[in-house]
Design a protein around this ligand. Structure first.
Ligand code: ADP
Ligand code: MG
Ligand code: MG
Ligand code: MG
Ligand code: MG
Ligand code: MG
Length: 693
């Protein structure tokens, strides 16, 4: 979750005094970055995933699955192990990175170094994820397991749900009625962020999610479990809506897990194209990965986490939300700082001005300054929009920076604008280039699924570049898709705005294998009409310039509502579907049949999620709850149901472990030991003893 430097955080009053200072120097730092990196060209396609976990502690006697708050100890132990391993492991993939996350029950892992564009690397993603999970597992107590659940079903429900247990009475930084502050990671940055978001806003951040109306759910539903007697902070009063699950406190959002992917581009232009192309993909992938139907012990009528995050990180004041006339604040800001993207930024001619059709307030002074420094208008507006926000955490030791050598103030705002897609400039003093991060996906229960979505998006990103695909639809339609994506069962029941023709003008559908006879350039933009035969995922540039745009089609005619199946499997003569595009891209690579078979397992998962023949994680969880013998069809997800759900999720992992790659087996044999975790059921113990024999 961004910068984690040590230091002394300023109070909110002090922080706001330095807001202009941070913005001014942040932009100076950005200009220095741009100056150094704008002509940077030729970076390879490198990419990586981030996976977030919750550590669950099972109490088999009382049938309780609790959140374990041992993050600090676990991380210390993980990092010691990594340091030891680094001393003798030459393969960086054997030494993944583990990071803290906002809640003390959370961990994040990333691969030890980014994946390259080789097919071998593509096919190692799943075992890499397995390896990281098992690595964590080996550092936990015997009753604990890491699970990749997007939202913990009973977070904030009454009763003991953390180990050790802390009372939410008197929660200070978070002012939450439901959650003890001890759940927040002890790092000062997180505590300060919590206090300052609330202070800036002027009251508690909160969210009301519609309750899932089951057969026996009381109507109207007035939540009897809200601990009003704990009303330390009267602001909670009156904000809990009936027929909703009320959640107050940033942790309800910040305590969710997700799957993020970062892709390096060969230069800034390619990164801007990739950023724009992934913007319309963000809601589509959110719907497809939906995995969070249960909140604070209730089934909700949504399947995704995003609106909770949006609400919990919304530091806008009443004035900024347009609910009071502007006095103290300068702008009415339509979106939370955790929200979908505000504007497209590519200078490609495909990016018509009409697509940026929502109100994006921006800092005029910063905009003018950037434009005067020669930065084009779109990028200037993007930064001036990011910089409309205030810094939330400032450490006293970091106020004065050498703007040529530091990107600290820039990152302060950059990394606290949590949009669905992030445009990441090259960090200073690092070999890393221009990157784009897709941040909307929900984490899946198994690494097979996480790998499938990672591999699919990696391939799609290459297809976008190779075929010069155009995914543009107006941003207002992307926003509409964001809200549709989160509805219950959106994948099967929802329709989404999508572009009718994503291929460059004059191009035949890539699912057709014969090259177009018309026109001088090849159908897919390859100079000699032959795709490059290379078993490697490549950057797209230099691209063959696309033919000039035909006489304008009105923007409203460029897109239509499609089902998820149509978006993925195609519609009509012109749209081959995202899977058709990925398959066409795969056809251009020199992959052997067994590699292709392995990739097709992942592509098939995506296909089957999209056509509804496989349940999303959210639907699976909902059905699990509704078919549990003790469920009363009243939307309540009890401690026992939650326990059984977590056990089922853990058993899924144990089952998949049987299929672990040889890579892992060798690795564990060399270590000479396996942790004895609760999940080492007789079946797993048998596998484990085989390995270590
Ligand atoms: P953040 O939390 O800021 O989004 P992380 O450092 O947690 O970022 O994760 C960054 C991801 O980017 C990791 O998966 C990492 O492997 C990947 N990565 C690292 N270097 C590069 C690079 N040069 N190009 C693309 N991806 C990279
Ligand atoms: Mg994270
Ligand atoms: Mg990260
Ligand atoms: Mg980070
Ligand atoms: Mg690393
Ligand atoms: Mg990230």
């Amino acid at each position: 979750m961004g910068l984690l430097c040590l230091g002394t955080p300023l109070t909110w009053d002090e922080t706001s005094k330095y807001a202009d200072h941070v913005r001014e120097h942040g932009i100076t730092q950005f200009l220095h970055i741009l100056d150094r990196a704008k002509d940077r060209h030729g970076d390879d396609f490198l990419w990586g995933d981030e996976i977030e976990y919750m550590v669950i502690a099972f109490d088999d006697e009382t049938k309780n699955a609790k959140l374990s708050l041992r993050q600090t100890k676990i991380l210390a132990s993980l990092n010691k192990s990594i340091t030891d391993l680094k001393a003798d492991a030459s393969d960086p993939m054997l030494t993944p990175d583990f990071h803290a996350e906002y809640a003390r029950y959370m961990l994040e892992s990333t691969p030890g170094s980014p994946y390259t564009g080789s097919i071998q690397d593509l096919l190692s993603v799943e075992s890499n994820m397995h390896y990281r999970r098992l690595f964590i597992r080996r550092h936990l107590n015997t009753n604990q397991v890491p699970v990749t659940v997007t939202s913990f079903p009973r977070l904030g429900a009454p009763g003991i749900f953390t180990e050790p247990h802390f009372s939410p009475d008197g929660a200070k930084p978070s002012h939450s009625l439901f959650l003890p502050d001890e759940v927040i990671s002890p790092h000062e940055r997180y505590i300060t962020l919590t206090t300052n978001i609330r202070s800036r806003k002027g009251h508690q951040v909160s969210v009301n999610l519609p309750i899932f109306n089951d057969d026996e759910t009381p109507r109207p539903f007035v939540d009897p479990t809200i601990p009003w007697q704990r009303s330390l902070h009267p602001v909670d009063n009156g904000v809990a809506l009936k027929d909703h699950i009320y959640m107050g406190g940033i942790l309800f959002g910040a305590g969710c897990c997700c799957l993020q992917l970062t892709f390096q581009s060969c230069n800034i232009e390619e990164a801007r194209c990739m950023y724009d192309a992934l913007i319309p993909m963000a809601p589509i992938m959110l719907a497809l990965t939906a995995a969070s139907p249960i909140w604070r012990g209730y089934l909700s009528d949504v399947d995704c986490r995003w609106s909770v995050l949006s609400g919990c990180f919304d530091d806008r004041t009443a004035e900024e939300m347009g609910r009071a006339p502007l006095r103290e604040n300068k702008y009415v800001i339509p979106k939370s700082r955790y929200d979908s993207v505000g504007l497209y930024i590519s200078t490609d001619w495909n990016n018509k001005a009409a697509y940026n059709d929502i109100n994006v307030p921006y800092n005029q002074e910063i905009y003018t300054r950037l434009v005067n420094q020669g930065v084009d208008k779109l990028l200037s507006k993007h930064m001036a929009y990011i910089f409309i926000r205030d810094p939330l955490v400032i450490l006293s030791e970091t106020i004065d920076q050498d703007d040529e050598a530091s990107n600290y103030h820039f990152e302060n705002l950059q990394s606290t604008n949590w949009q669905t897609v992030r445009f990441k400039p090259p960090p200073l003093q690092s070999p890393i280039g221009w990157r784009v991060e897709l941040r909307s996906m929900e984490v899946q229960l198994t690494d097979f699924e996480n790998a499938a979505f990672a591999v699919f998006i990696a391939l799609l990103s290459r297809a976008i570049l190779a075929f010069n695909l155009n995914f543009y639809i107006p941003i207002s339609k992307v926003d509409e898709n964001m809200s549709r994506a989160q509805k219950r069962d959106a994948v099967r029941q929802g329709k989404f705005f999508f572009r009718k023709n994503v291929l460059p003008p004059g191009c035949i559908s890539p699912t057709m294998t014969t090259p177009s006879s018309s026109g001088s350039s090849s159908p897919l933009g390859w100079q000699d009409g032959n795709p490059p035969k290379e078993a490697k995922l490549r950057n797209g540039f230099p691209r063959v310039p696309p033919p000039p745009m035909p006489v304008d089609t009105p923007v409203e005619d460029e897109y239509e509502e499609m089902s998820m199946e149509e978006i993925f499997s195609g519609k009509g003569a012109t749209f081959p579907g995202l899977l058709g595009l990925v398959e066409a891209y795969l056809d251009t690579l020199d992959i052997n049949p067994s590699e292709r078979l392995q990739i097709s397992k992942y592509v098939d998962l995506v296909r089957r999620r999209a056509n509804g023949s496989l349940l999303t994680t959210a639907s699976w969880m909902r059905e699990f709850v509704r078919s549990h013998p003790s469920y009363k069809f009243d939307s309540v997800v009890s401690q026992e149901i939650n326990y059984d759900l977590m056990v089922a999720i853990d058993e899924m992992y144990v089952f998949l472990l049987e299929e672990l790659s040889a890579f892992l087996t060798v690795r564990l044999q060399r270590e000479g030991r396996l942790a004895c975790s609760r999940a080492f059921t007789p079946r797993l113990r048998a596998i484990a003893s085989e390995w270590t024999a």
